[in-house]
Design a protein around this ligand. Structure first.
Ligand code: UT7
Length: 319
C-alpha cells in the first residue's frame, strides 16, 4: 500500500508586513532583506487568531480538493512550533474545529522548520503500516509572536501561515522515499530558550539564530539528504521534475538547486511572498504549484527542509 497526496490547501493571514514597513521599525533596508533572503513581505496573524485557525483554513481547502469529508480523516498530524496552548495539542483542537466525531489519532509534531517532512514521513509510515487510511498533515505557524522586533537579524526573516495535505492509501505510488536526520549538538544555533515555570515565562521568549552557521550547515546537509532519498528510490537528479524546498532563504534554495544541477525553473519558490513560515512553508509552496498547474500527475516531486535542532530531511514523491 502506498500513501498518495490527493489534496492540498494553504492559508496566509490577510495582514501583510512589507520590507518597507520594517524599515520603519528596525535599522534595515528593503535592499538588504531582498539581497540576503529573497523576502519581500510576510503575513501576520490577527490578534486572537490562533495557529489552529490558520490550520483550519488550510485544511478545509485541502479537504475540498481531495473531495473527502472531514470525518473520513483517521489521523491528523500538525507540525508546529507555535502551538495554541501547551496542551492539548493543536491537532486535537483542529480535530474539534473540523467537526470530526470519533476520529482516529491526532497529535502535534515539533521539528521546527523540519516539521512538515517529519510529519509527512510519519503519515506515510502509518498508511503503509495499515494503521491509517486518510491522513491530514498540516504545517501551521505564528512565528511573528516569537519575534524580537528590535532584533533585525531575525525579525525580518519570519512570517505566519499554514499549509495542509490529505494523504490517502493508494495502489499507485505516492511517496517513494523519505529520510530524516537530526543533530542535537547544534541546538544552540537556532532556538527559543524560554520555558514556563510557576506560571511565568522563564528565560528569553524570542527566536535567536546564528544565521551564517545555520546557512553553511543547511547547504551541506540538504544536498546530502537529497542524494539519500534519490538513491533509496533508485532515481537520479535528472528524474526530478520539481523541487519544493523549505522556503527560508532564496540563497539556500539556489545553492541546493545548483548542487542538484536543477534550473530554478524547476524549483517552486514562494519565499518572497511570506518569508520563513517554518513548518508551513513546504505545503504552502506545494499548494501554490499544484493549483497553478505546474505540478501535474506522474511527476517526481522532491521536498526538503532543515530547522532548529538541527532537524532535516527529504521526501520524494510521485504526484
Ligand atoms: O529554517 C532555517 C532558518 N534559518 C535560515 O534559513 C537562516 C540562514 N541564514 C541566512 O539566511 C543568513 O545568514 C542571514 C539572511 C540570516 C544573514 O545573511 P548574511 O549574509 O549571513 O549576513 P551576516 O549575518 O553576515 O550579516 C552581515 C551584516 C552584519 O553587519 P556587519 O557586521 O557586516 O556590519 C549584520 O549586522 O548585515 C547586518 N545585518 C543587517 N543589516 C540590515 C543583519 N541583519 C540585518 C538587517 N538589515 N535586517
Amino acid at each position: 500500500m502506498h500513501a498518495k497526496i490527493i489534496g492540498t490547501g494553504s492559508y496566509l493571514p490577510a495582514k501583510t508586513l512589507t520590507n518597507f514597513d520594517l524599515e520603519k521599525i528596525v535599522d534595515t533596508t528593503d535592499e538588504w532583506i531582498v539581497s540576503r533572503s529573497g523576502i519581500h513581505q510576510r503575513h501576520i496573524a490577527a490578534d486572537g487568531e490562533a495557529t489552529s485557525d490558520l490550520a483550519l483554513q488550510a485544511s478545509l481547502r485541502a479537504i475540498e480538493m481531495a473531495g473527502i469529508s472531514a470525518n473520513d480523516i483517521d489521523l491528523i498530524i500538525v507540525a508546529t512550533t507555535c502551538p495554541d496552548k501547551i496542551f492539548p495539542s493543536t491537532a486535537c483542537i483542529l480535530q474539534d474545529k473540523l467537526g470530526i466525531k470519533n476520529g482516529g489519532a491526532a497529535f502535534d509534531m515539533q521539528a521546527v522548520c523540519g516539521g512538515f517532512v517529519y510529519a509527512l514521513n510519519t503519515a506515510d509510515l502509518y498508511i503503509r503500516g495499515g494503521q491509517a487510511r486518510t491522513v491530514l498533515v498540516v504545517g501551521a505557524e505564528i512565528m511573528s509572536r516569537m519575534l524580537d522586533w528590535k532584533d533585525r537579524t531575525t525579525c525580518v526573516l519570519f512570517g505566519d501561515g499554514a499549509g495542509a495535505v490529505i494523504l490517502q492509501a493508494s495502489d499507485a505510488p505516492g511517496i517513494l522515499a523519505a529520510k530524516l536526520h537530526s543533530d542535537g549538538q547544534h541546538h544552540a544555533l537556532l532556538r527559543v530558550d524560554g520555558s514556563i515555570c510557576d506560571g511565568v515565562v522563564q528565560g528569553d521568549p524570542f527566536i535567536r539564530m546564528e544565521g551564517q552557521a545555520v546557512f553553511k550547515f543547511a547547504v551541506t546537509v540538504l544536498s546530502r539528504v537529497v542524494d539519500e532519498v534519490l538513491t533509496q528510490a533508485g532515481l537520479k537528479d535528472t528524474d526530478i521534475d520539481w523541487l519544493v524546498p523549505h522556503q527560508a532563504n532564496i540563497r539556500i534554495i539556489e545553492a541546493t538547486a545548483k548542487k542538484l544541477g536543477l534550473s530554478l525553473d524547476n524549483v517552486v519558490v514562494t519565499v518572497a511572498d511570506h518569508g520563513n513560515t517554518s513548518s508551513a512553508s513546504i505545503p504552502l509552496a506545494l499548494d501554490v504549484a499544484v493549483r497553478d498547474g505546474r505540478i501535474v500527475a506522474g511527476q517526481n516531486v522532491l521536498l526538503e527542509a532543515i530547522g532548529g535542532g538541527f532537524t532535516w530531511g527529504a521526501v520524494l514523491l510521485r504526484w
